[in-house]
Design a protein around this ligand. Structure first.
Ligand code: PMP
Ligand code: GLN
Length: 375
């Protein structure tokens, strides 16, 4: 008998596989196709011959812990204690899985906001806990009154994703104020803040949970170097949590992976000395604007994109098909792969929206746009 009867193969796997089968341009799964910074690959080449191939300490390579502490200080003026509050993880996925399995008990409720990225629900189900899906507003802002109505004494965790995959929406000051008021009423709820796109926001500044004094003692913050340094395949990220939560999280982490890929940890640690992480914002803002421009005369309607490297578009003016069928036809007939937004909803709500990843070189974006404008 399946432990996860309603969970199927991730849409990212399905669409990337189909894109490869049909030799389509893959704007579905979120990963960059341009080269990694040569300074980073040079570091890896140099390190390959050094003595960096054995286990690091369980929490992470100590210099990397120090550099992340400094990064958080520089980005958010927050001082964390690396020994007790920071953990290097095998990507954000493992950080999220580990956090949920360490903190959520059987029959607890975990609030997940719809639409949502796909890796939150399965660990909740494996804990024999209940994912409680609460819809975001039509403009993808959280509807705090409805979220509050969903909170009970059984609620153990609220998961937020800011900037938001797939919609690119970012949370505002009033959002955080409302969240803080809500959490004041429920002292036992832990906040899990997935901020893997923290350095990819455009016109508006990202507000991190790191900057919210009232949340720090109850928040697990998750990030990923895969996004920030164009190395999604390295699967390296981190989480920050107050010591009493981190104690529990580390109990699980030590038996899930024990420690993370050593050479990548050392490489990122050295790279953090020379890279300016804020440059990523400019790069992706240019990509977003260019992709928008290229699609200007298409029949797709572009939705706002405040952050992330995803552009959501409506194809309502083109077809009445459901979004999964439309995405399949887009691959087979037009040679471009996208992600159907219905797969981010628990009830598969079909709004005739699909998501393109614009983290691609300009030639790829131009060719994809040419095909999309021909529809
Ligand atoms: N959270 C969100 C919102 C994501 O989009 C992703 C994937 N890119 C992850 C978590 C997982 O990140 P990682 O690849 O570092 O595991
Ligand atoms: N986060 C990536 C996306 O949203 C996918 C990661 C994965 O394939 N699991 O496209």
């Amino acid at each position: 008998m399946s432990k996860l009867p309603n969970i199927s193969t991730s849409i990212f796997t399905v669409m990337s596989k189909m894109a490869a089968e049909y030799n389509a341009i893959n704007l579905s799964q979120g990963f960059p196709n341009f080269p990694v910074d040569e300074r980073l690959t040079d570091i890896v080449t140099k390190l390959a011959k050094e003595n960096v191939h054995q286990y690091t300490p369980m929490s992470g390579f100590p210099p990397l812990l120090s550099k992340i502490t400094l990064l958080i200080k520089n980005s958010y003026q927050r001082t964390i204690q690396p020994e007790t509050e920071l953990l290097i993880t095998a990507g954000a996925t493992q950080a999220i899985f580990t956090t949920i399995t360490a903190l959520v008990k059987s029959n607890d409720d975990v609030i997940i906001l719809d639409p949502s990225y796909d890796c939150y629900e399965a660990p909740v189900l494996l804990c024999n806990a209940n994912p409680v899906r609460v819809a975001l507003n039509d403009d993808y802002t959280p509807y705090w009154e409805i979220i509050e109505k969903a909170c009970t004494s059984k609620t153990k965790m609220i998961i937020i994703n800011n900037p938001h995959n797939p919609t690119g929406k970012i949370l505002t000051e009033p959002d955080f104020e409302a969240l803080e008021i809500l959490l004041d009423k429920y002292p036992d709820i832990v906040l899990l803040s997935d901020e893997v796109y923290e350095y990819i926001t455009f016109e508006e500044k990202h507000i991190s949970a790191h900057t919210r004094e009232k949340l720090l003692n109850r928040c697990v913050m998750v990030s990923s170097f895969g996004k920030s340094f164009h190395v999604t395949g390295w699967k390296i990220g981190y989480l920050v949590a107050p010591e009493y939560l981190m104690r529990e999280i580390k109990k699980v982490h030590q038996f899930l992976v024990f420690s993370v890929n050593s050479i990548c940890q050392v490489a990122i640690s050295e790279y953090l000395d020379i890279v300016s992480i804020s440059e990523i914002r400019k790069l992706y803002q240019e990509k977003r604007d260019y992709f928008k421009l290229l699609l200007k005369d298409s029949r797709f309607k572009l939705m706002p994109c405040e952050g992330t490297y995803f552009q959501v578009v409506s194809y309502a003016a083109i077809s009445n098909e459901n979004d999964v069928d439309f995405c399949k036809r887009l691959i087979m007939e037009y040679g471009v792969a996208a992600i159907p937004i219905s797969t981010f909803y628990a009830d598969g709500k079909d709004l005739k929206l699909i998501r393109f990843c614009f983290a691609k070189d300009n030639i790829t974006l131009e060719e994809a746009a040419k095909r999309l404008c021909a529809i």
